[in-house]
Design a protein around this ligand. Structure first.
Ligand SMILES: [Zn+2]
Length: 153
């Protein structure tokens, strides 16, 4: 057993990355790889730890399964965050669209008001010009009639 540990250490120590991973996966007390996870103590266990902790109330999970659950939990959390973020983005998008709509409506209102003002002004001047034309016509007729009267006398 002792020889195995020293061999594992020498192999793990040969590559720095592997050493870090190796150390993380090795129980520091027994220098054995973690294989189980104790739900009672909330820590990983090697085979020797499992023997030490063995008891009827001890809730154990295969480390792989525990890791899978943890990964799923993290994924679920990420999904939740992503969904929340999407929800916020959608709300912002909705508000942006609403603001754009309001801006368009305001522009349309002012455009209509401007057009209405222009129409009223145009109609006023059209009416005014027509009245002036009518007036000119009436004056011209009066002048003509006066001339005819003068010619008769
Ligand atoms: Zn151990």
């Amino acid at each position: 057993m002792k020889g195995m540990v020293s061999h594992a250490e020498s192999v793990a120590g040969s590559v720095s990355n592997r050493r870090i991973i190796g150390k993380c996966n090795l129980c520091p007390k027994h220098k054995l790889p973690y294989i189980l996870y104790s739900l009672n103590y909330a820590e990983p266990l090697c085979a020797e730890c499992f023997e030490d902790y063995r008891g009827p109330q001890h809730e154990i999970q295969m480390l792989q399964n525990f890791a899978k659950i943890q990964v799923k939990q993290v994924k679920d959390d990420l999904d939740y965050i992503e969904n929340s973020w999407r929800h916020i983005q959608e709300k912002l998008e909705l508000r942006r669209n609403l603001n754009e709509k309001k801006a368009i409506q305001a522009r349309q209102f002012f455009e209509l008001t401007r057009k209405e003002m222009e129409r009223i002004e145009r109609e006023f001047w059209e009416k005014h010009n027509k009245e002036q034309e009518d007036e000119k016509e009436i004056v011209a007729k009066i002048v003509e009639q006066q001339k005819k009267l003068e010619e008769k006398h």
